[in-house]
Design a protein around this ligand. Structure first.
Ligand code: UD1
Ligand code: UDP
Length: 377
């Protein structure tokens, strides 16, 4: 029996972990035993508990309740907490997702204690070293012995950085192993698409009509923390809302910074506009919003991909993206936080039909990951 510890902390990780957890329970119950550690990085009910309730993930075996803080303070508390758990209980491997501070903490704590690290969503690169996520994912990739890349581009990035013929040897005496598993988020979008359409009332509740609204999300620190960028994004959303309703489930980080970092006049206009600001929604509600939006505007990594899964065009409100396939296929336009570019991209996509090639695997990433873990650790 392979005993693994899954580290989660931020919203997208809880969602990603749901896919592997489901496959382990349904197909690998006698061969893999999973325990879950929640760092407590995200703690509001609509950023954490809602996903356990809705996606059927078992409650965490451990919760560190670390909460918010500066990068150093938050990550340090997580490392110390995870280390204690790894010292108290034996695990054959530790599984981390993505690129948050919880990911970094899990990788550091485990590698130092000679517990093999499995990194799901390895090999992504924005090549923007000012992004905390870029720092986290690079360190995590290097500390991991088993890496699962979601795309060929991610595989190529790892190849360029020498991961495929790396001389690194880990505590279990094995070298590094890298596989393209496909994207684990695609597993979830396929699995929950029909359930979301049947079970949610989020469109009706917010007076949104299918194909008659755009869906927006904003939470990236360089957008929320910079008053010029935040103002520029909201100017664009306000202008778009004169043409089409804008549904905006707001991340708590953005909600907290909106009053201080948005021009007062703009803030007042926002309150009387067709921009429907709602608290963070559940995964099923988000899936329904994505499936029915005519377009998605976002700085989120996960939401860019989900827009692609549901063949919705995506305006990427970042200076670059790790998910270059979306742009290469004409399904995404990088508009940064520039009002004119965001509105320009909105106009390009307004009546555009997409014809997409699948690039994120076949929706079986979790099974591939579970099988490879059994074979490789
Ligand atoms: C984190 C990740 C980011 C990921 C995002 C997913 C890092 C460095 N960043 O960013 O990669 O895309 O999660 O959503 O790990 N807050 C609340 N309630 C909560 C959680 C956060 O109010 O439940 C507020 C706090 O004011 C906090 C701020 O949001 O200071 C930022 O939270 P934090 O977890 O530090 O980073 P995110 O911006 O959420
Ligand atoms: N999401 C959600 N409710 C929301 C916003 C996002 O369930 O109100 C989901 C979304 O469907 C995706 C994930 O959260 O699966 C993306 O997380 P986020 O945008 O916070 O982080 P990122 O992917 O940028 O790291």
């Amino acid at each position: 029996m392979l005993k693994i510890l899954t580290i989660i902390g931020a919203r997208p990780q809880i969602i990603k972990a749901a896919a592997l957890s489901r496959v382990i329970r349904n197909g690998f119950a006698g061969r893999i035993m999973e325990k879950i550690l929640h760092t407590g990085q995200h703690y509001d009910s609509n950023m954490s508990q809602v996903f356990f309730d809705e996606l059927g993930i078992p409650q965490p075996d451990y919760n560190l309740h670390v909460g918010s803080g500066s990068h150093g303070e938050q990550t340090a508390k997580m490392i110390a907490g995870i280390e204690k758990v790894l010292q108290a209980e034996h695990f054959d491997a530790l599984v981390v997702y993505g690129d948050t501070n919880s990911t970094l903490a899990g990788a550091v704590a485990a590698c130092k204690l000679h517990v093999p690290v499995v990194h799901v969503e390895a090999g992504l690169r924005s090549f923007n070293m000012t992004m905390p996520e870029e720092q986290n994912r690079i360190v995590c990739d290097h500390l991991s012995s088993l890496l699962f890349a979601p795309t060929e581009t991610a595989m190529e990035n790892l190849r360029h950085e020498g991961f495929m013929d790396s001389k690194a040897v880990f505590a279990n005496g094995r070298g590094r192993q890298v596989y393209n598993s496909g994207d684990i988020m695609y597993d979830n979008s396929l699995y929950f698409a029909r359930i979301a359409a049947e079970k949610t009332t989020v469109l009706k509740d917010n007076a949104l009509e299918p194909d008659r609204y755009v869906l927006a999300t904003i939470h990236r620190d360089n957008n929320t923390d910079d008053p010029h960028r935040l103002t520029s994004i909201f100017k664009a959303l306000l202008q778009i809302s004169e043409d089409c309703a804008v549904a905006l489930p707001l991340h708590p980080r953005t909600a907290k910074l909106l009053e201080t970092n948005l021009e007062k006049e703009l803030h007042e206009m926002l309150l009387h506009s067709n921009v429907r600001i709602v608290p963070p929604v559940s995964f099923l509600e988000m899936t329904a919003l994505e499936q029915n939006a005519c377009m998605v505007l976002t700085d989120s990594g996960g939401v860019q991909k989900e827009a692609f899964f549901f063949a919705r065009p995506c305006v990427i409100m970042r200076p670059e993206t790790e998910w270059v396939e979306i742009v290469e296929q004409g399904a995404g336009i990088i508009a940064d936080a520039d009002s004119d570019r965001i509105i320009g991209a909105y106009n390009v996509f307004k009546n555009k039909k997409l014809n997409l090639k699948p690039v994120f695997g076949d929706g079986n990433a979790s099974t591939i990951i579970a099988e490879k873990m059994l074979a490789c650790i």
